[in-house]
Design a protein around this ligand. Structure first.
Ligand code: 6R9
Length: 647
């Protein structure tokens, strides 16, 4: 696929060899490679040792001390950037706020003072459960200023899920808001917090930011209004230098079974990796307007909406609400209003927007855009092409970025800053410098090109998580035992003859039809390549003959309507593209699909609906999306199934 010819001259790709040799050189001496980057951060004390590698535990920049909030805000207040916008915030109802670096600095200091007045000391933990408002990063940075590890819990999670996380990390304070807005409705966050805190004895105080003005009960002595506390706060609190390996945050993510995993990130290594990857991948400059659409409840928001862009002094757009509210042109309006130059979003958002057709993006001025990014799932070639043609107007390279909560930052992606490689729709291209990725077979042996296997990382990198919180054994077991000595992220992958990585979905998402293994993604990609289909989720259903048979749930683009003919056409389409073995036994047309906060389809739910079994308790869904939204999606799925069966 040659789209490079249409890119602006400065974005044309470099010969792959140059890029590959840079990649190789960085791996020869990873310690000095990463140390050179770490030196660009502000340290209180230099490290004694770059890497202490006691497999599978890595400690980066051992002996060094620094402070994350100082790297994110103090640094800029001393420079011309002090009055530059750090965040251009837009509320769902259309309010605007612009927060300069100087203002951000003042608020972070004052909120740190608030936390200090509660008697919190370095190492105490804080839980944050907030809507997407500027006070969200302010709370995170204030915690970091005092060396208080924080855990952000996505605001779509239920009280039960919130309580489980608060209890696991023994948070002393919860920072929340009276509510938030989602599709014009109020999410009652404070009442969820009340339920969670009632079961969580570690919590001594709850700080409530007033967002909606809703009347919420405040428990005397325990609950405090953000603005009351801030009015009495000091305007400066010295940043507490912490060891490079000091816990910066814990982010809970779902495991295949049991309780969520507390992914624990340190400070110095994480920040170094965030800093480097932001530059390599987004090539952002001072004049850019950068918009990472992720919620901060997801790791993408932590790294690429908070720490990395702030360390670089960038201007970020932050939008509170739903992408299609009040209409599906909202995002394009935002791009036009702020002159967004870099847009970083997920394949699921791209597919949702795609289904409304081209007229909405075409009726807005998207000429400011120069770089587009994707994260969260493999981006199917059809969505990639639409993103490139309709949103990027053939001008903007697409960076498809593969990474995980555990990796802390982007691992495999094109790197416009270092010299872009030829892009291929659907491939995350090559590992970033210092990242030693490989594709191996069941025994851990490197596979030949074009062979499918397991993605692994062979050398430690600074962004890697330190452990699973309070559970080092599980850390070892989940990530390091499958292939001893290699980090196993749990993804399927393939490398082509050019060495490009193709991510093929989670390794556990395999359906076995009559003995043949099929990745759910293979079938889904083919379905969404059909012009009528917006999104697809397939699952296996137990079948007495074939072991499993395939059922597919699809949402349609606006141009199409459900019909038996279309269902047959889609079955034929899959049959032709993959083979008879992959032909779905049933196609169900749904209005929406249940998704996690990062837009990943909830396989467990899809599987349960497909098999006709019980869905289980929604409040315990480990990787929450809004419980309400999931419930609606399930109803839509069940409805789709019923309609199909009765017709
Ligand atoms: C950042 C994030 C991690 C899993 C990961 C993989 C999938 C993410 C991807 C991708 C293919 C991409 N994933 N980005 N797959 N191409 N560009 O998503 O973190 O929520 O922890 O999920 O997401 O399967 O292992 P997280």
């Amino acid at each position: 696929m040659s789209n490079s010819a249409r890119l602006p001259v400065e974005m044309r790709y470099e010969p792959k060899e140059k890029y590959l040799s840079f990649q190789r050189d960085s791996l020869e001496d990873i310690e000095s490679f990463w140390a050179n980057i770490a030196r660009q951060l502000v340290w209180h004390k230099n490290w004694d040792k770059v890497l202490k590698w006691d497999p599978p535990f890595a400690q980066w920049f051992v002996g060094g001390t620094l402070n994350a909030s100082e790297n994110a805000v103090d640094k800029h207040v001393k420079s011309w950037r002090k009055n530059k916008a750090a965040y251009l915030w837009e509320g769902e109802a259309g309010e605007h706020r612009s927060i300069t670096y100087r203002e951000l600095y003042r608020e972070v200091n004052r909120f740190a003072s608030v936390l200090q007045h509660f008697g919190l000391r370095k190492g105490d933990t804080v839980a944050i459960y907030m809507p997407l408002v500027p006070e969200f990063p302010i709370a995170m940075l204030a915690c970091a200023r005092l060396g208080l590890p924080f855990t952000v819990v996505f605001s779509g999670f239920s009280a039960k899920a919130l309580a489980e996380r608060i209890q696991d990390c023994e948070a002393k304070i919860v920072v929340t808001a009276d509510g938030g807005y989602r599709r014009g409705k109020i999410l009652r966050l404070k009442s969820i917090v009340d339920d969670a805190v009632n079961e969580s004895p570690s919590v001594k105080h709850v700080v409530v930011f007033r967002r909606t003005g809703d009347n919420v009960p405040m428990s005397e002595g325990r609950d405090h209004w953000w603005h009351d506390l801030m009015a009495k706060a000091e305007s400066y609190v010295a940043p507490v230098p912490v060891e490079s390996t000091h816990l910066l945050y814990i982010l809970y993510t779902s495991g295949t079974t049991g309780k969520p995993k507390g992914v624990a990130h340190g400070t110095g290594g994480y920040l170094t990796f965030a800093y480097a990857t932001q530059e390599w991948v987004f090539d952002a400059k001072d004049e850019d307007v950068y918009w990472c659409t992720a919620d901060i409840g997801w790791v993408t928001g932590h790294t690429y909406l908070v720490f990395a862009p702030l360390m670089h002094g960038l201007t970020s757009v932050m939008y509170e609400g739903a992408l299609d509210y009040p209409d599906p042109g909202r995002w394009w309006e935002i791009v036009e209003r702020y002159g967004v130059t870099i847009l970083y979003t997920s394949p699921t958002a791209i597919r949702s927007l795609m289904r409304y057709g081209d007229h909405l993006p075409r009726s807005h001025d998207l000429n400011s855009l120069r770089l587009l990014g994707s994260v969260g799932e493999p981006i199917n070639p059809a969505a990639w092409q639409w993103y490139s043609d309709v949103i990027g107007q053939g001008r903007c390279p697409i960076v498809d970025t593969w990474w995980q909560t555990e990796t802390g930052g982007i691992m495999i992606s094109p790197s416009p800053h270092l010299g872009l490689v030829l892009l291929k729709a659907g491939s995350a291209t090559l590992p970033l410098p210092g990242v030693d990725a490989d594709v191996v077979d069941e025994k851990g042996q490197t596979l030949a090109p074009e062979e499918k296997g397991f993605l692994v990382v062979k050398k430690p990198w600074p962004g890697m998580f330190m452990t699973l919180y309070k559970d080092p054994e599980r850390y070892r077991q989940v990530y390091w035992t499958r292939f001893p000595g290699l980090y196993y992220p749990g993804d399927y992958a393939m490398r082509d003859t050019d060495g490009y990585f193709w991510l093929l979905g989670r390794a556990d998402e395999v359906i076995k039809v009559a003995g043949h293994r099929l990745g759910t993604k293979e079938v889904e990609d083919v379905l969404v390549s059909h012009p009528s289909v917006a999104e697809a989720a397939v699952a296996g259903r137990p079948d007495p003959v074939k072991g499993e048979s395939i059922v597919a749930f699809v949402t349609l683009r606006n141009v199409a309507n459900p019909s038996n003919d279309l269902s047959e056409e889609l079955k034929q389409h899959v049959r032709l593209m993959i083979g008879p073995i992959a032909t779905p036994e049933a196609i169900y047309f749904a209005k929406l699909l249940p998704k996690t906060r990062s837009g990943k389809i909830m396989r467990r739910v899809i599987k349960a609906v497909a098999a006709g079994g019980p869905i289980g308790d929604l409040s315990t869904l480990e990787d929450g999306a809004s419980v309400d939204e999931i419930r609606q999606a399930i109803e839509a799925l069940q409805m789709a199934e019923k309609t199909a069966k009765s017709s």
